[in-house]
Design a protein around this ligand. Structure first.
Ligand code: SAH
Ligand code: SF4
Length: 465
């Protein structure tokens, strides 16, 4: 595994196009970019309006979006289809910057993690995880710093809520992940690598509604990431009114963190259940599924694809087109269910879950509990999880078990942030020690032995041990 704690004093941290994105550039846009606007988190509509307000044509928005999101270019001077005067103007009034990466881990099995600093202090860190599986590369994105909802099995909940992420900080996670595959690739040959996004990192996405929706609009926009709506999933603990609101403004896949099949147990595990109990949550899930593209749209799409196939044109079907070819395939909700030893994993719970889901088009994903320090639960045994899965499958449900890949890197949400915060504090202590040492022994000190890179190696070595 390639672990990198990015030290603010380390000279350069190359990401993406390898040009101007060294950590300190991205980290401190405030000085150079004071009074400028960050274009990274703007939707197409917002960017069109922005161009009009600076006296430019609307269509520039689509051009600039392609440079930023598809080619990973942040320097306006590299946007060669813009006139020189416009590039110069943009450099004066705007900038493009993702949040600062303070830590990254690239595992040999392809898993990648990033920790971003989105403010001052160890509490202002969020994480993003990329998991490759079955030919897909799925990115798990955070929506808030911490979370206010305090689910009893979740380490993010234990950190409390710090603040909502801005659109640039949310979409910036996807931008950085794609960038990490573009390194050393000439601009003209760059492609976006992330195939799927799940809003399952830190935070409750429906409690940071507008920035999350704006970011998902960028994910779906053909001029930005152009992802299929079935490949963008929002996961919620069940903020009922916001599920309806979500369905009003965007059509993405929905996952519900259920974790318990009755109100008594769910009140304990997911306290927001006291406000929005199961009967209301299930009704909202049903309403969400019943929305979606009308069948007539699908059959039009179906005909178009068949015509293409008849012409023997090279066609790659994405999930939407699959749906069009198979209109009977219904939209569904993914039900997430964390497996807590002896708490929610008994045969009676499986039976109650089957009754609860009756009539709701759903797929169930069992998540083996990811322990964290002082967690009041244990992970259900393999046998218990298999028995639970069998009960649901026998009742006709598609039920999968989330695999835990390389436990060292596949920490539960929020866990990695805790480790990095510890290490950052350790690094601070180190620096303090060095200063004390220098003050006491100025004449004797061999400065090279205490260089920043030395500290950095020490951090990496400690982690590896
Ligand atoms: N707040 C949203 C999305 C972020 S949590 C939600 O709750 O859905 C993403 C998923 O990780 C949720 O299903 C959550 O229940 C699960 N999760 C949180 N802590 C976990 C842990 N320690 N082990 C396994 N899954 C966990
Ligand atoms: Fe928040 Fe989701 Fe964690 Fe609950 S499970 S505390 S809603 S991040």
């Amino acid at each position: 595994m390639n672990v990198d704690v990015v030290d603010a004093q380390a000279s350069s941290f190359t990401q993406g196009d390898g040009s101007s994105n060294c950590a300190s550039d991205v980290a401190k846009p405030a000085d150079r970019n004071a009074n400028k606007v960050n274009l990274l988190g703007m939707t197409r509509k917002e960017l069109e309006t922005y161009f009009e307000t600076i006296g430019e044509k609307k269509f520039r928005a689509a051009q600039v979006m392609k440079w930023i999101h598809q080619l990973g270019v942040t320097d306006f001077n590299e946007m060669t289809n813009l006139a020189g005067a416009l590039r110069e103007k943009l450099s004066r009034v705007a900038y493009v910057a993702a949040p600062e990466v303070v830590h990254r881990e690239y595992s040999n099995d392809g898993t990648r993690k990033w920790v971003f600093r989105v403010g001052e202090g160890a509490g202002s860190l969020v994480e993003t995880v990329l998991i490759p599986a079955d030919g897909r590369k799925t990115l798990c994105i955070s929506s808030q710093v911490g979370c206010a909802l305090d689910c009893s099995f979740c380490s993010t909940g234990k950190q409390g809520f710090q603040r909502d992420l801005l659109p640039a900080e949310i979409i910036g996670q996807l931008w950085v992940a794609n960038q990490s595959y573009m390194e050393d690739t000439p601009v003209g040959e760059r492609t976006r690598t992330v195939t799927n996004v799940v809003m399952m990192g830190m935070g409750e996405p429906l409690l940071n509604f507008e920035p999350v929706v704006a970011s998902m609009q960028l994910m779906l926009d053909d001029h930005a990431y152009g992802m299929s709506k079935r490949r963008v999933t929002l996961s919620t603990s069940g903020i009922v009114p916001m599920i309806d609101k979500l369905g009003d403004v965007i059509d993405v896949a929905l996952a519900i963190s259920l974790h318990a099949p009755n109100d008594e147990l769910r009140n304990e595990l997911v306290p927001i259940n006291k406000k929005y109990p199961l009967v209301e949550l299930m009704a909202a899930a049903r309403r969400y599924v019943e929305r979606g593209a009308p069948l007539s749209d699908k059959s039009a799409q179906h005909k178009a694809i068949q015509a293409k196939m008849a012409q023997k044109a090279a066609v790659t079907l994405d999930d939407d087109q699959d749906d069009a070819l198979e209109p009977s395939r219904k939209k569904h909700v993914t039900i997430e269910y964390v497996m807590l030893d002896g708490v929610n994993d008994q045969p009676l719970h499986a039976k109650q879950l089957i009754q609860l889901l009756n009539g709701l088009p759903s797929k169930i994903n069992l998540i083996p509990f990811n322990p964290f320090p002082h967690a009041p639960y244990g992970r259900s045994s393999r046998n218990r999880i298999m028995a639970f899965q069998k009960a649901l499958s026998d009742a006709g449900y598609v039920c999968t078990v989330r695999t835990t890949r390389g436990d060292d890197i596949d920490a539960a949400c929020g866990q990695l942030v805790g480790q990095v915060a510890d290490r950052t504090r350790r690094a601070e202590k180190w620096k303090q020690k060095i200063v004390e040492h220098q003050n006491a022994n100025t004449s004797k000190l061999d400065s090279t032995a205490y260089s920043t890179s030395g500290q950095r190696r020490e951090i990496l070595r400690t982690r590896g041990s």
